[in-house]
Design a protein around this ligand. Sequence first.
Ligand code: GLY
Length: 265
Amino acid sequence: SKHQLTRSDTVFALGGGVTGDLTGFAASVYLRGVRWVQLPTTLLAAVDASVGGKTAIDLPEGKNLIGTFYQPHAVLCDTNAFETLPKSVFSDGCAEIVKYGMPCDSALFDSLPCGLQKIEDIVARCVEIKRDIVCGDEFDRGSRQLLNFGHTIGHAIELLSNYTIPHGNAVAIGMVIITEAAMRAGICSEKCADSLVRLVKKLGLPVHCPYNAEQLFEASLRDKKRAGDTLTIVVPESVGRCSLKNVSLEEWKKLLCLACSSQTD
Ligand code: GLY
């Protein structure tokens, strides 16, 4: 109100995912909604957080627990901004590119790792995939949940680490764990799981989980995708193909135990 913002004004979110999520949330509720524009400056925000209209803030109980679906008027991305990112922040964003490749596009998966020269094409491809999925399922009731690959465990890891493990790093571990579980359950091949682990390592991202199955289970109960006693998880079948699986909490616990036991092998 200090700036006397009215419904004819526009709010600009210049920054990474947190800036975008917070600005978008404020824009969606202030005056019951003012126009907003996303200007992502990190790789993670460019390929994922800035597209699709999810806005959110965290609660002490869990990540992104309060939020809205509120589409930005436009997203403007200058990939030159990535040249200013520390290497670790760039790698963190690469995890979100893998999460598009594994469920949707094996060619994208195979094009990684990539340098800054190719990054514009990669960002464009990720945004294209996300646009198509969001156009078919804006409110996350079905296929959009594929973009949650690695995220149920990832969000649990972030929560358990008190948000000291960055989002992309947590998602990387989450993708590895669920893929190893899928391999052990005979859903994907050993070759598929190996390709993922090799890529995640090459990208400078972690593959080992600092928490056990029990801790992950407890933390994952706060996942937004939980509906009563079931949870929708994204299970890899091959590179470029994942499916959504509705599991009971009991099955979920078993899967986590299976996955965590393979981590200690
Ligand atoms: N970050 C996943 C989605 O927007 O659905």
